[in-house]
Ligand binder design. Structure first.
Ligand code: FES
Length: 105
């Protein structure tokens, strides 16, 4: 399934993700530098923060309580903020559009 990343400078990077991996893993494999993923995907750092495009948030869903708390204690999340390690790629999410915020790390 494809992921379209919109980078902080508005440039677009379309990557081919492997089903079952997280958006964070796909970002790392494709050298998207703003996604740092310090904790390696265990929902405890927020350096994999991304913002899901409005058109996709319904399909992906918003952050659960743990994820939201993590974000609120580390960054200033917006309505569609998610930790990209907590989203698993499936065929259903093929074509998802993900905004990558300026790195704060
Ligand atoms: Fe740390 Fe996602 S990699 S919360």
């Amino acid at each position: 399934p494809n992921i379209t990343f919109i980078l902080p400078d508005e440039s677009i990077k379309v990557v081919d993700a492997i089903e079952g991996e997280s958006i964070m893993q796909a970002a790392i494999e494709n050298e998207i530098e703003e996604i740092v993923a310090t904790c390696g995907g265990s929902c405890s750092c927020a350096t994999c923060h991304c913002i899901i495009d409005d058109a996709w948030i319904g399909k992906v869903g918003t952050a659960d309580e743990d994820e939201r708390e993590m974000m609120e204690s580390t960054i200033e999340p917006v309505a569609n903020s998610r930790l990209s390690c907590q989203i698993t790629m499936t065929e259903e999410l093929d074509g998802i559009v993900v905004h990558v915020p300026e790195s704060e790390w």
